[in-house]
Design a protein around this ligand. Structure first.
Ligand SMILES: Cc1cc2nc3c(=O)[nH]c(=O)nc-3n(C[C@H](O)[C@H](O)[C@H](O)COP(=O)(O)OP(=O)(O)OC[C@H]3O[C@@H](n4cnc5c(N)ncnc54)[C@H](O)[C@@H]3O)c2cc1C
Length: 458
């Protein structure tokens, strides 16, 4: 299915594109095909375990060849991370299983600063029990939200925009309905109904074919006949590796773009469709910046720090490959639950302090993690254990940033500080790993150019 530009005005370039309700798949395949056609060398079976930074210079990465179990140091004049968001640190997330935030965590562990980690977006409509995204197109096409009283409850919260209010607002409305007992019961949790039936079979089949298939395949519900049971889930990471508008970090030779980075174009809340900006626009700007910075060639960085790092990763793998110790998947499940429950859509000081305590305990438990098989090749339990170390760091920075930010802004909502406070909080949080391994938060001014911050309409 071809990609179609979306623009209401024909004299303007299209700010987004779509392909029925499978835009992501179409983008992914197009990108991959173009990369193959252009002869880009792809290592689909390599997992990057660590980033090498020494004295403000990036030297490259250490990667594990999943097929052979071999560790490979990759020395580079320029290293670019496009490693995606950290959604999987939450238990309920629409993100792919690979979105553990390992790239963000390893950049942080190597000394790169992270920006605005507390800004986490929750999507209002995710399929119960699976967290699969029921795309915005469902409400865009005219879907209704109902509580267990048969009420289109958005009428009470945002009568002007109803179901088309911004994601964070609809998420909070749904969560309020659930918290106040107006949700439906399901063995896998409480839910709200997303009703498409009035759109009619023809429109649903034509405009929302992917959604219909997912509902039938995963929970045996045909949205032409029954409402879809949904709940809000983590969806997007606004925070990430601190980079400028060229996607350059303040580490020489280290760049990041896409969801793992934070240029801050999305502020505290990304609009739907704007990842195309992250990936396409900033992907190109990053490539231009790297080409400029490497103009005239330049020497490869020293190999020694990279070889030292490879030895350290060898030792880590040795430690992890000790059967019979704690299990990574148990710690990951507990981490996901604590973030869902205490650093979720609604946040309070008390709960986030509890979350920090829990994360500290899980970090301690992680020191005893071991995998069942000592084999290094095709060992996904080993990779999960490597990822978990970074997930714990990412979760720590999210929680600490959210605790310190005593206001509500964008997707970050504090029930103990319900309003936006530009006087004290129109600033970025910057998390850096401190000398004792704990995150240290500092602040950075927000750069405002043409558009001034506006008061929210809803
Ligand atoms: C269900 C869903 C629907 C969405 N729909 C839209 C939409 O309609 N419009 C829109 O604009 N945005 C949408 N988004 C958001 C958008 O898809 C993402 O923001 C975007 O795909 C991020 O792209 P990326 O290239 O930065 O990262 P990703 O696409 O997540 O890619 C990261 C890559 O890095 C690899 N990687 C990660 N860690 C490592 C490691 N340690 N070693 C080696 N490789 C690693 C991963 O395997 C992956 O291939 C959606 C998101 C979801 C989850």
């Amino acid at each position: 299915m071809p990609l179609q530009p979306v623009s209401r005005r024909h004299d303007r370039p299209a700010p987004a594109c779509f392909s029925a309700d499978i835009t992501g798949h179409v983008l992914l395949n197009t990108l991959y095909e173009r990369a193959v056609a252009k002869g880009v060398k792809i290592y689909p079976e390599w997992f990057v375990t660590s980033l090498c930074i020494e004295e403000g210079q990036c030297h490259g990465v250490v990667a594990l060849d999943i097929r052979t179990g071999e560790l490979i140091p990759v020395r580079a004049k320029a290293t670019f991370f496009g490693t995606g968001g950290y959604g999987r640190v939450y238990q309920h997330s629409t993100n792919a299983l690979i979105n553990t935030g390992s790239g963000i965590g390893m950049a942080y562990a190597a000394g790169a600063p992270l920006k605005d980690m507390e800004f986490v977006q929750f999507h209002p409509t995710c399929l119960i029990g699976t967290s699969i995204l029921m795309t915005e197109a469902c409400r865009g096409e005219g879907g209704y939200l109902f509580n267990n009283q048969g009420e289109r409850f958005m009428q009470r919260y945002v009568p002007t925009a109803m179901e088309l209010a911004p994601r964070d607002i609809v998420s909070r409305c749904i969560q309020t309905e659930i918290n106040e007992g107006r949700g439906f019961d399901h063995p896998l949790g409480k839910y709200i109904q997303l009703d498409l039936r009035h759109l009619g079979g023809k429109k649903i089949i034509e405009r929302l074919p992917g959604i219909r298939n997912i509902c039938i395949d995963f929970i045996g519900i045909d949205p032409i006949i029954e409402p879809i049971p949904i709940m809000p889930c983590q969806h997007y990471s606004m925070g990430g590796i601190d980079v400028d508008k060229r996607c350059a970090s303040d580490i020489r030779g280290f760049y990041a773009g896409g969801e793992c980075s934070c240029v801050s174009v999305h502020g505290g809340n990304r609009l739907g469709g704007n990842s195309l900006l992250d990936t396409i626009v900033f992907g190109k700007l990053a490539a231009q910046a790297i080409a400029e910075d490497l103009e005239g060639g330049g020497a490869l960085p020293d190999e020694k720090p990279l070889l030292k790092l490879k030895d350290e990763v060898e030792q880590k793998l040795g430690r992890l490959a000790t059967p019979g110790r704690g299990k990574a998947y148990r710690i990951q499940a507990e981490l996901g639950t604590v973030l869902d429950e205490k650093v979720g859509i609604f946040r309070t000081r008390k709960e986030m302090e509890q979350a920090l305590q829990k994360i500290a305990g899980l970090k301690e438990e992680y020191r005893n993690v071991g995998v069942s098989s000592t084999a290094r090749h095709m060992n996904f339990e080993l990779i999960n254990a490597l990822e978990l170390e970074y997930m714990l760091e990412v979760a720590h920075t999210i929680t600490l940033g959210a605790l310190l930010r005593e206001e509500s802004r964008g997707a970050h909502f504090r029930t103990d500080f319900k309003t936006r406070n530009d006087r004290d909080w129109l600033k970025h949080t910057i998390a850096k790993i401190g000398p004792n391994g704990e995150p240290v938060i500092s602040f950075k001014d927000v750069t405002i150019t043409r558009y001034q911050p506006m008061e929210r309409k809803y």
